[in-house]
Design a protein around this ligand. Structure first.
Ligand SMILES: Cc1cc2nc3c(=O)[nH]c(=O)nc-3n(C[C@H](O)[C@H](O)[C@H](O)COP(=O)(O)O)c2cc1C
Length: 192
């Protein structure tokens, strides 16, 4: 396989638990959201929305941390920013359910993460948070669903974490091989 053809920013992205609370410049955060906005989406509906807070905004930051599962809060509290990703689950042009809203939002986040990586900004997404608490806090209507939360920051040295948690950063997470995920013509015929 020509692994070397894969873009460095894609290959080098990973989700650390060791964050440094050092501030990320606002223009970098903005560039990440702008990159997200360039993603394709079904009917160009752009169903994603992002709400974020930063460590300096103590009340909101602590509120956001409070939505997380304890296992995430323990490391995410060291991040500089926390983003809540939302999806509008109905098409704006006709109000019908948009079954691609999470897919599209994921694509926007993928763009965001590539942009972040290119600026040496790290991101760690989370499913482990209370959807209900976010819905209540942001006063979301039924048509807007929380999708993920994302901790954003610079890579830390891990001194703010227990060795047990820091261990998670020791190894990169393995990837499935091509023959498990890509097929030619039928699912019984791995393509590579
Ligand atoms: C939708 C989604 C939910 C995730 N939820 C969590 C989570 O709650 N806690 C966590 O530590 N990591 C979470 N992750 C991070 C994944 O575990 C991580 O992306 C995966 O293991 C691959 O590792 P990498 O991002 O370092 O390449 C989540 C990632 C995604 C995309």
């Amino acid at each position: 396989m020509r692994e070397e053809l894969i873009l460095e920013v894609i290959k080098e992205r990973w989700s650390p638990v060791a964050f440094s609370p050092a501030p990320i410049e606002e223009y970098k955060l903005k560039a990440m959201f702008q990159a997200a906005s360039h993603a394709p989406s079904c009917n160009n509906d752009q169903p994603w929305m992002f709400v974020y807070t930063t460590a300096g905004e103590t009340d909101s930051f602590n509120d956001y941390l409070g939505f997380m599962a304890e296992g995430n809060r323990i490391w995410a509290q060291n991040a500089y920013a926390i983003i809540i990703c939302l999806a509008r689950t109905k098409f704006s042009f006709n109000g019908n359910p948009n079954r691609f809203s999470f897919y599209d939002t994921g694509m926007a986040v993928a763009n965001m993460l590539v942009q972040a990586q290119s600026m040496d900004v790290f991101a760690h997404q989370m499913a482990g948070f209370s959807v209900q608490k976010v819905k209540e806090y942001l006063k979301l209507t039924d048509e807007i669903e929380p999708v993920t939360m994302i901790a954003i920051g610079s890579l830390g040295d891990g001194s703010n974490l227990s060795p047990e948690i820091l261990k998670r950063d020791e190894k990169r997470r393995p990837r499935k091989s091509m023959n498990e995920i890509v097929f030619r013509n039928t699912l019984s015929n791995p393509a590579f």
